[in-house]
Design a protein around this ligand. Structure first.
Ligand SMILES: [Zn+2]
Length: 280
């Protein structure tokens, strides 16, 4: 309770920059592979090097991703996302930096979001550079693999599957629909890939001007997000962390709240007078 009060007074002071991670989206049904429920990570993340150099790894990625896309496309923002949007509209949160690629901050009505690791609903061509929609790619993949989903669902109804090799071998990925031959990649930052420098600069600029940095649902495992916490701490900007379980930024934080975000954030928004969260 003491830490919730400290959190409240920090946010009530305004000028907050939010850094959000996977823990904010778990209540929307998107699995958090590093949070408390994701200890037994079932799949090692795809690296950029494997994706671009290994045709079999790429085929496996698209086969799994074709199944998983329905889950992402069907996900809706939860009370935590809506509370963040309400805090922005109340003028207390200036900028949201998110490590999530699900687009749920925008869907909840957040006006200013820097999507650090890109968006899963866009696809880029590594040859011609054109961005196209994932929905369009999904349609093309479904056309190229008419029986795939039904075949896999028959053996693996939970969707998060270890695809048998013969299923992967039968999956047919497609190339860029614009230049005709380019390799397609979801417009997200893979492991082994760097975030575009301009995007990182925007984040550092936002953090540098913040009155406080509020971390929501990130274990801060990767440096990509943790560097903003380190920068804030170095500049004497208070850092508050709301997460389930410890994080690698706890040593830099002035306040840590270990609780489910969907419960804490609406309470926080109400307490600082940000009113009823939007879109309820
Ligand atoms: Zn292309």
């Amino acid at each position: 309770m003491e830490s919730f009060d400290a959190l409240t007074s920090l946010v009530a002071g305004g000028g907050v920059v939010v850094l959000s991670g996977a823990g904010l989206s778990t209540e929307s049904g998107i699995p958090d592979y590093r949070g408390p429920s994701g200890v037994a990570r079932r799949h090692t993340p795809m690296t950029f090097q494997a994706f671009t150099r290994d045709p079999l790894a790429r085929r496996r990625y698209w086969a799994r991703s074709h199944l998983g896309w329905r889950l992402i496309a069907g996900a809706a923002p939860n009370a935590g996302h809506r509370a963040v949007a309400a805090l922005q509209h109340a003028g207390l949160v200036d900028t949201v930096i998110t490590q999530n690629v699900d687009g749920l901050h925008g869907a909840a009505g957040s006006p200013s979001v820097i999507e650090l690791h890109g968006r899963l609903d866009e696809v880029t061509c590594l040859d011609c550079g054109n961005l196209t929609s994932r929905e369009e790619l999904h349609r093309r993949l479904a056309e190229a693999n008419p029986d795939f989903v039904a075949r896999v669902a028959a053996v693996n109804p939970d969707g998060d599957v270890d695809l048998p090799d013969e299923q992967v071998a039968a999956f047919r990925p497609v190339d860029c629909g614009i230049c005709g031959t380019g390799m397609l990649k979801p417009d997200v930052v893979f492991f082994g890939e760097t975030v575009p420098p301009q995007r990182v600069s925007r984040c550092f600029a936002a953090v540098g001007q913040a009155r406080s940095l509020l971390v929501l649902g990130s274990s801060l495992t990767v440096m990509s997000g943790r560097r903003f916490v380190i920068r804030a701490a170095k500049q004497g900007i208070p850092v508050a962390i709301v997460n389930q379980g410890p994080t690698r930024g706890d040593g830099h934080a002035t306040v840590c709240v270990d609780a489910p975000l969907g419960a804490v954030l609406p309470q926080l928004a109400a307490r600082v007078g940000a009113g009823a969260p939007l879109g309820v």
